[in-house]
Design a protein around this ligand. Structure first.
Ligand SMILES: N[C@@H](CCC(=O)N[C@@H](CS)C(=O)NCC(=O)O)C(=O)O
Length: 282
């Protein structure tokens, strides 16, 4: 397992917020991630909440802006926040904010120049998971959530690993990337022109063909989100869920936009949603 370098440690609401750096074997570069642990004496084996951020973010956006630590400390939930792409001067990048560094789309790229480093799906589901389990002994139940591009990541990773994650939630997720400009641009670059391969990384397509465990999904979408109609369109996945009678709820949030103010408003409800699913499945 890779060596972890502790960059930050802060006591917060009786738990501890950490930031680490490590040399990722899967991505071939130095990566940071953040981790919140609730009070160890009160919560010895906490469930683990994975948070995937959106375009332009690092692990800091959620840590600094969502205010999730207070609820996580009260509920006894550990939270892990990965970065959104491989990083570094030697790593392929784009001048566009919705491609390259900060925009890894949580998939395994197959095309040049991206493929050697842009393997975020494997990084999260294998390398960072092994660190969470082996280094921090976080071996309890797991949930996954995210925002925008990270909401797409949470839906795709959750549905592809429905035996592992107990529930999925998302804020303003890209639910059908193969049909919207952000997704078409990124998937063309990372996965090439064969659109059949894109479907493996598209939550709406995955849900259409999902035959595994029906893990519940909660989506919050602000109706004042400037990306709502062009890039997000949660009704696309809601329609598929309705057709299959799949347990997926979309809540439209009046007046809310795409920002972390929306996440801060509802993050406690998301943590409670995940924990309540856990109780239901026990
Ligand atoms: N840079 C873009 C916006 C990018 C954006 O809204 N990113 C979202 C995720 S898709 C985010 O979380 N930004 C960071 C933040 O709000 O802290 C623009 O100027 O239109």
């Amino acid at each position: 397992m890779s060596q972890l370098e502790l960059l930050e440690e802060h006591v917060v609401f009786g738990g501890t917020q950490y930031k680490y750096r490590h040399d990722s074997t899967v991505l071939g570069c130095l990566m940071t991630f953040s981790l919140f642990l609730p009070n160890k004496e009160t919560f010895s084996n906490p469930p683990l909440f994975w948070w995937l951020s959106g375009l332009t973010c690092t692990d800091d956006n959620f840590t600094h802006k969502a205010g999730a630590q207070k609820a996580a400390a009260r509920l006894g939930v550990a939270m892990i926040m990965p970065d959104t792409s491989p990083r570094g001067e030697e790593i392929a990048d784009s001048e566009d904010w919705d491609l390259g560094q900060g925009a890894g789309f949580y998939l395994n790229a197959t095309e040049k120049p991206w493929a050697p480093h842009y393997q975020m799906y494997d990084y999260i589901t294998k390398e960072l998971s092994a660190i969470a389990h082996d280094h921090f002994q976080l071996n309890g139940p797991e949930f996954i959530s995210g925002h925008s591009m990270g909401g797409h990541g949470a839906l795709v990773i959750g549905l592809r690993n429905a035996d592992r994650f107990r529930s999925i939630s998302a804020f303003a997720p890209i639910v059908n990337p193969i049909e919207v400009p952000w997704g078409v641009k990124a998937f063309t670059e990372y996965l090439g022109d064969d659109q059949e391969t894109w479907k493996e990384w598209d939550a709406t397509e995955l849900l259409k063909h999902h035959a595994g465990k029906e893990i519940p999904v909660l989506i919050d979408q602000g109706d004042a989100d400037s990306f709502y109609e062009k890039q997000l369109q949660p009704s696309k996945i809601a329609t598929v869920a309705d057709e299959k009678d799949y347990p997926l709820t979309v809540r439209m949030q009046k007046g809310h936009d795409h920002s972390y103010y929306t996440i801060a408003t509802f993050i406690e409800e998301h943590l409670e949603f995940h924990l309540s699913q856990l109780k239901n499945s026990q």
